[in-house]
Design a protein around this ligand. Structure first.
Ligand code: 5GP
Ligand code: ZN
Length: 114
């Protein structure tokens, strides 16, 4: 995916503040943070949306959440709490079509989301 900004970040072709990496997953700071902690956790492989994941990708979803937990520990928000969000498609509010989990914390989140 030549024109995907998150593929470029994963490849090191675009700068980003990387917080944590595994063989299959990269976590980096959001460029426009909506909370004191706002990290995106993405698979290295280009998958457009949550809905494009195959049945056998379940362990990859699990790894994305495990990395989010580690980042929450590193960022010091494990005790205070945090929110994880996959926006999916147009009505889900997705703007970048490379799967990413938002990890948000460091302030009280509102509910319901807008
Ligand atoms: P979405 O709306 O697709 O769920 O979230 C996309 C997120 O990617 C937004 O929070 C936006 O700020 C972030 N973002 C967009 N472009 C870049 C970029 O070039 N670098 C980083 N680090 N984050 C980006
Ligand atoms: Zn991509």
């Amino acid at each position: 995916m030549n024109d995907c900004i998150f593929c470029k970040i994963v490849a090191g072709e675009l700068p980003a503040k990387v917080i944590h990496e595994t063989d299959r997953v990269v976590a980096f700071q959001d460029i426009d943070p909506q909370a004191p902690v706002h990290v995106l956790v993405v698979p290295r492989r280009h998958i457009p949306t949550l809905h494009d994941m195959a049945d056998e990708d379940g362990d990859l979803v699990g790894e994305i959440f495990q990395v989010a937990r580690r980042v929450a520990d590193k960022e010091g928000i494990s005790e205070s709490g945090y929110r994880t969000v996959f926006n999916c498609g147009g009505d889900g509010g997705q703007d970048v079509y490379h799967l990413h989990l938002h990890l948000l914390g460091g302030r009280r989140m509102a509910w319901p989301p807008g």
